[in-house]
Every structure is written in structure tokens, then in C-alpha cells.
Design a protein around this ligand. Structure first.
Ligand code: GLN
Length: 203
């Protein structure tokens, strides 16, 4: 699982699971020259927050709450299969494990994907990949989130949610597009809350 997370973030060296989760994040942070600043911020956020978890929780992350991070959903979908994680994770999600998908993570949970292929397909949302265009279409805004007030939102080659159905409920709308939703144990945001100082959504 660590390998999946790190390779999703672009660490091609992290191909074996020999180091601990926090050790792997330290390893990644020590090699920030390989990556850009936003990945560095993500690592700092993960390291600060993951460091507080018990060793037992770190050893069995798929039994606890799962965060499916941003990245490149096409690569992540392939890695989930190549690393033999897909079936176990999908089963946990359908059994009710709390899961939070950010950006590409949102795409992996969606039942319908415009511009891509569904992966876990556990959430009744239709999404559009790269919906704001290429990297130059990335943006930051402050907007309201159901029950949490106004929050900072960083969008990086983000998708948006074209429609929610079934048990899925929209939680935030920016510029007329749905950018966050929840369905029972599944929460998704099209933006990256780990890149801003507010931890309200994670909490
Ligand atoms: N554009 C990416 C995708 O389609 C998502 C980008 C991100 O996670 N920040 O998977």
C-alpha cells in the first residue's frame, strides 16, 4: 500500500515495501529535489498527520480509514491492479470502510468517468476528468462547503462532478459545478484540501 501511495505521487524508487510508512514519507521528503513543491507540501501534511497514528494502524492501513490521494488516475488504476490491491480495497470500501478520495481519488471511486475508465465504481457520481483544462487551468478559490462554512480549495488539473444520483449528495458547488460529495462511507473532493492549512474536511 505504501508503494502504491508513493508511486502514485511519482516516486519510482519506492518499489519495495521494506521501509515503514513514516520512513517511506521521510525517504520521499528527503528526495524533494525529484518532485515539485506541491508534492513536498503533501508530504509534510501526510508526515505530520500520519506520524500521530499507532504502529498497528500504520501496519494495516486498509483496515482503517483510507485516503485515496490525488495523482494520475490512469496510472493509479493500473498500479492498483499491478500491485494486487484492487480487490482487497474495493471489498473494504463496499463493506463500509471510510474512504476519502481527493481529485484522482474521486475519479477512482466514480461509477461514470467522462474521459477515462471507471475503477472502483462504488460511488453514484458521474465525473469529468481534466474538466478545467490543462495545468494552466489549475486554480485556487475560497468557497462554501456544506456544514463547514467557507474553505480554501486548491484545484490541480481537477475533475468536477457532472451529476450525483442514488445515495450520493453534493457538498460543495464552485462556479456551478459540483466539487465535493458524500455517499455513506465515501467522501470525495475535486480539490486538494491537504495543500491548504484548514484540516476541517479531513476532520
Ligand atoms: N488530472 C488527474 C487525473 O485525471 C487528476 C489530477 C489530480 O489528482 N490533481 O487523474
Amino acid at each position: 500500500y505504501t508503494t502504491f501511495l508513493l508511486r502514485s505521487l511519482g516516486y519510482s524508487d519506492a518499489q519495495n515495501g521494506d521501509f515503514t510508512y513514516t520512513g517511506a514519507l521521510d525517504f520521499a521528503a528527503d528526495n524533494v529535489g525529484l518532485i515539485d513543491e506541491s508534492f513536498c507540501d503533501t508530504n509534510n501534511f501526510l508526515r505530520d498527520n500520519v506520524a500521530a497514528m499507532s504502529l498497528e494502524a500504520l501496519a494495516t492501513p486498509v483496515k482503517a480509514t483510507d485516503i485515496i490521494p490525488g495523482g494520475e488516475s490512469t496510472v493509479m488504476r493500473r498500479l492498483l491492479h499491478d500491485l494486487d490491491l484492487f480487490d482487497a480495497l474495493r471489498a473494504r470500501i463496499t463493506e463500509g470502510m471510510p474512504v476519502f478520495g481527493t481529485c484522482a481519488g474521486l475519479i477512482l471511486l466514480a461509477k461514470q468517468v467522462d474521459g477515462g475508465v471507471p475503477c472502483f465504481a462504488t460511488m453514484d457520481i458521474a465525473v469529468k476528468r481534466n474538466a478545467y483544462g490543462r495545468q494552466l487551468g489549475s486554480f485556487f478559490t475560497n468557497d462554501s462547503f456544506e456544514g463547514l462554512g467557507t474553505l480554501p480549495m486548491t484545484f490541480i488539473r481537477a475533475p468536477y462532478i457532472e451529476s450525483v444520483s442514488g445515495g450520493a449528495k453534493a457538498l460543495a458547488v464552485v462556479g456551478g459545478k459540483i466539487v465535493a460529495a458524500r455517499q455513506d462511507n465515501q467522501l470525495v473532493t475535486a480539490f486538494h484540501p491537504e495543500l491548504d492549512s484548514s484540516t476541517a474536511i479531513h476532520e
